[in-house]
Design a protein around this ligand. Sequence first.
Ligand SMILES: [Fe+2]
Length: 379
Amino acid sequence: MLVAFQWSAAIKIVSGPYLQNLTDTSCDILWRTDLPSTAWVELAPDDGSHFYQQERPATYATDLGRAVVGTMHKVSLKGLKPGTSYRYRIYSEEVLRQQPYHVDYGGIAASEVYRAEPLMFTTLSPDKEAIDFFVINDIHGRNEVLTNMLSGVKKGATDFVFYNGDMVNYMDSVESIFSGFIDTSVKRFASEIPFMMSRGNHETRGAAAKDYMRYFPTPTGKPYYSFRSGPCFFIVLDGGEDKPDSSIEYSRTSFFDDYRREEAQWLEETLASKECREAPFRIVMMHVPFTGGGWHGPLHAKSLFQPLLNKAGIDLMLCGHMHAYSYHEKGEEGSDFPVLVNSHNGYLRVKADTGSISLFVMNPKGKTIREFRYDRSAR
Ligand SMILES: [Fe+2]
């Protein structure tokens, strides 16, 4: 948990920091304060030196050439080395008044580096021989269930936690997003281990849904994106809403048919990339399964995405949405790869090395219920 230091009684860090948009060379660090402020991060190598040994380089939260002043902060660190650990410290300086040629500042809040160890993260690397990650979906704001599922997440052992959609019931407000699952994630791991998001249909609903990318930035700037970690290339898809766009529930705010068509173009380009083709394994993450429900959204996603995925040598697809476990062998329902639909009351543990993927279906207490193994040599 964050140990914060307040240079004045006024400003406080109220949520985070949490890591997003982690790649082999970059990382975004996000947090919230209770008062409007600027934001910056100091970065130090993981070399055993005290954080106070020397001045550490600072990176500010900026936009269009200006420091961003607000209560939601994002600092984008770039030019990092792959597979490398960095220590960091976050700062927010309260802005009392902005004038054209003068800014009045208040106090500073920062994470602790004296009474506690500095926070740390490690960039992804395609050269990492083995990875170990968790997959959790359909939490719908149930923090107690989430806390149980996260008990096995360990710094140094867990590469990331993948949230496969519907982590909240609705994106009603900033508070509902943070109290829904981010604050719990920060308490357990998210300041030092990233969570990757795939957007569920429930994350498309509510007044704050339009700001999704503000809280969950990705390399593409869209909810669909790809990344490489160890031997696996991950393709994260967004199935969008489940009902037809014209359904009365959406009040003329849904335009997901066009969105999915645009996404299919991106998917085609991504699957053709060298990075995708040359990875030992390709894993697809999508909240809604093609097989689920027979509703318009998943069927439309199936018609656009499945033919592309079938030509791309996909090893595994992981989904949620149905609130019930099911497993679909390669060849079922038109998918030329196995599909596991995870329940809302269990999680997945996935371990992959260059030779095989081991997939464990767990109950919330951490007991293995089922086990699958996919060998590269058996393809
Ligand atoms: Fe869902």
